[in-house]
Design a protein. Structure first.
Length: 351
């Protein structure tokens, strides 16, 4: 019994040590992981552009695409950061507005006691919370800059990385490594494309609803919704609640806020139930419950960046675990249909 329990104890210790290291070195690891995901996206874009425009040199397309993606990332982070900092400064006014609405609601239903957020707001220390939000955004911006640096190094040395992997794969014990890596890259790539397409649908349709309602900072909310769509389940929920709350602050009645909230929910429901399942049918294969769980785990380890990277990292982990007989059961549990291996056109053999 002692011999049998030893591997299990070692596995538990290894997992705990790995999670501890991921947390301790999070400021360096999440920018690196983000850079790898972006490198996969850029390679996919370059492949498509070269296929459509064969006369364009691959190196030129690679450089231009990398510059455009890097500029979009930095510009998006700056826009979201400035908008979030502005909204954080309005939190005390929003709390007062919600407090007034609660008091009105209590009077309408003839409650004896007065509904109020005053005690809760006092405990929250909203000015301190706003300061923490701004500080967190500054940390995120420095992390994004580090991501861009990692991305530059990855793209400039991609041929060397490929050569090293081929040398490793030539060994007797790693003959299938390149096939596994190809599956992992294709799986992450497909996930990014799906989330990008559906995120654009949700963000643009929701932006039209917010614009018709007259909500301020519509461009900021569109970008925020698009980014939040990369977080399964929770992202769109936050993305529909936040603009609705600030609509309460902007408008004298609650109707614009209700229209915005319900409109975004309807758009998300339609995209999530009509478009997303068809796109995911042959690609993403992660159980929805597991997807929600890993968002929480990676958020604890790496904060907000962990929430964005949770599904790509879990997808890559699932495909890697599926290659080991002793660990395959974990990959099966993570998968949605019980078959964790995703076949790609480059596979030479059946899984």
């Amino acid at each position: 019994m002692k011999t049998a329990s030893l591997p299990a104890a070692l596995n538990v210790t290894g997992v705990a040590a790995t999670m501890a290291l991921l947390y301790v070195f999070r400021s360096m690891l999440w920018p690196l992981a983000m850079a790898v995901v972006l490198a996969i996206l850029i390679n996919a874009l370059v492949r498509i552009i070269v296929r459509v425009w064969p006369s364009a040199g691959r190196l030129t397309v690679m450089v231009l695409t990398s510059l455009v993606v890097g500029a979009l990332i930095i510009g998006g982070v700056v826009l979201v950061g400035s908008g979030t900092a502005e909204l954080a400064s309005q939190l005390p006014q929003l709390a007062q507005r919600l407090n007034g609405l609660l008091e009105q609601g209590g009077r309408l239903v003839h409650l004896e006691g007065k509904l109020s957020l005053t005690s809760v707001v006092a405990r929250l220390d909203l000015p301190s919370l706003a300061t923490k939000v701004v500080t967190g955004l500054q940390g995120a911006l420095s992390g994004i800059l580090l991501t861009v640096l990692f991305l530059i190094f990855l793209m400039s040395s991609r041929h060397l990385i490929r050569a090293k992997l081929e040398i490793i794969a030539d060994s007797q014990h790693a003959s299938g490594m390149l096939t596994v890596l190809e599956r992992t890259i294709r799986g992450v790539e497909t996930y990014i494309w799906i989330q990008t397409a559906t995120g654009l649908m949700i963000a643009l349709a929701s932006g039209a609803i917010m614009a018709l309602a007259g909500l301020n900072n519509t461009l900021f909310w569109i970008l925020a919704l698009f980014l939040l769509s990369y977080i399964p389940v929770l992202g769109v929920g936050i993305g529909s609640l936040a603009p609705a709350l600030f609509a309460l602050l902007q408008f004298p009645t609650v109707w614009p806020a209700l229209v915005i909230f319900l409109g975004i929910q309807i758009v998300s429901f339609l995209v999530g139930n009509l478009v997303l399942p068809k796109m995911q049918a042959v690609s993403q294969n992660i159980d929805p419950t597991v997807g929600l769980l890993v968002v929480g785990v990676w958020s604890v380890l790496w904060g907000i960046p962990g929430a964005f990277l949770a599904v790509p990292l879990t997808l890559a982990l699932m495909l890697q675990l599926a290659q080991f007989e002793s660990l395959r059961w974990i990959a099966v549990m993570i998968s949605n249909n019980g078959h964790p291996i995703i076949e790609t056109s480059g596979d030479k053999s059946a899984a």
